[in-house]
Design a protein around this ligand. Structure first.
Ligand code: MG
Length: 401
């Protein structure tokens, strides 16, 4: 109850939503007991249970939002400088209009502060019935963005589902709607978390179809990790320090050593708040320095310009495709490198992000490859490059699991 009280304070959640959230827990534990609340009902769709928002105020436009919690199982224990985990909570969303369904997803690694509870509370506030058409994307997504601060993954789940729906209504994939060339998709990188040398070697073998490896560093065994990878392959490597370095002179020394080892860029070497030392490192480093934790939304360009060489844009950080598209354009206007990244996600959010990939320098879109219970099919990888599906919307179909 303490957590719910906190949610109420932070997000201004109304009592009726708290009741629904409590009912949901009982519902899930009772496994099959129909629960209802003001403005919500639980529906049985196939073998799964969804929250469906059926607000009654105003005349319904026919736009319906559904969402349900889901847990992704990681194939390997995933260790980065911030900690280890074996699963990631996600929220699956659907927006239905005129019997067409758009799919979306919120991926919520625990260190980012969102959870099934916060996403349930946020999505429960959304009233899409007030909008006359799903094509009013600017109105709808501005409304969602302004409902409460934060909740970017939950916002992204609505943004992705709406893009999928509208693309399906237009019968076109988003890369075509944006006028992007699918032949310009970049090579995709495959992530290797910190581990014992024998496991790292196994992961390098698993990464055979990929032309770039992304190696997680920052816990003190950086040289051992890189030397282990190099004992198996001469592919280009990018490294993600996840804020793990603290001394700028040692960081510069490592940057030179990494360049000699065939590394192409360094992501988030030092604390996201350490702008002075990061700016010094970027000025002196032989490798580009990319902002990830230090860069979330459009407003952060003010902080990272002149401090980093480029930015890592993720749908879950910025609130979805609408923001990500504008941020890519802004980065280019500021002459910055652009990487598009992901969390551990299903093919839903990964394929949505891939629609933007012809615009970026590097794509770190392997979140779906790190899990063993993906419920969607989407992008394919051919010769290490992203192949964008021709299917309309964000280009996904459902797996039967
Ligand atoms: Mg990163």
């Amino acid at each position: 109850m303490a957590a719910l009280f906190l949610l109420k304070i932070i997000h201004g959640i109304e009592d009726k939503h708290i009741i629904v959230m409590s009912s949901r827990r009982k519902f899930l534990s009772d496994c099959g007991v129909l629960a209802g609340g003001a403005g919500f009902s639980y529906l049985t769709l196939g073998n799964t249970y969804w929250h469906e928002i059926s607000k009654t105020k105003g005349k319904s436009s026919g736009l319906t939002l559904r969402f349900k919690p889901y847990d992704l199982h990681l194939k390997h224990v995933f260790t980065i400088a911030e900690g280890s985990r074996t699963s990631t909570p996600v929220m699956l969303t659907e927006i239905e209009f005129d019997n067409i369904i758009g799919y979306g997803e919120a991926s919520m690694p625990p260190y980012l502060g969102e959870s099934h509870e916060t996403a349930t509370a946020f999505l429960g506030r959304i009233d899409l019935a007030q909008f006359a058409s799903p094509f009013l994307m600017e109105d709808i997504l501005s409304y969602v963005d302004k409902l409460v601060p934060g909740n970017y993954a939950a916002k992204a789940s609505v943004d992705i589902a709406l893009h999928d729906l509208v693309g399906k209504l237009m019968k076109q994939p988003w890369y075509k709607i944006w006028g992007l060339n699918p032949a310009r998709t970049p090579d995709i990188s495959y992530t290797i978390g910190m581990d014992k040398p024998e496991v790292v070697r196994l992961k390098v073998k698993e990464a055979a179809p990929y032309k770039i490896l992304k190696v997680k560093l920052g816990k003190g065994n950086d040289k051992e990790m890189i030397e282990t990878v190099r004992s198996e392959t001469d592919k280009p490597i990018c490294v993600d320090i996840n804020q793990g370095w603290t001394d700028r002179s040692k960081a510069l020394e490592m940057a030179h050593w990494l360049k000699d080892m065939g590394v192409v860029f360094i992501e988030q070497p030092m604390s996201k708040d350490d702008f002075d030392n990061t700016a010094w490192l970027t000025q002196n480093s032989p490798l580009p320095i990319i902002a990830d934790e230090a860069f979330q939304t459009m407003g952060d360009f003010r902080k990272v310009q002149g401090v980093y060489s480029g930015v890592n844009i993720k749908l879950m950080k910025c609130g979805g495709l609408r923001s990500a598209y504008v941020m890519i354009k802004m980065a280019r206007a500021l002459d910055m490198k652009v990487m598009i990244g992901c969390m551990t996600e299903t093919s839903c959010a990964v394929t949505a992000a891939a629609q933007l990939s012809p615009l970026v320098d590097w794509a770190d879109l392997d979140g779906n490859l790190l899990i063993d219970n993906d419920i969607f099919k989407g992008i394919l990888i051919k010769d290490g490059k992203i192949v964008l599906p021709d299917a309309p919307g964000i280009g996904i179909s459902k797996n039967n699991i």
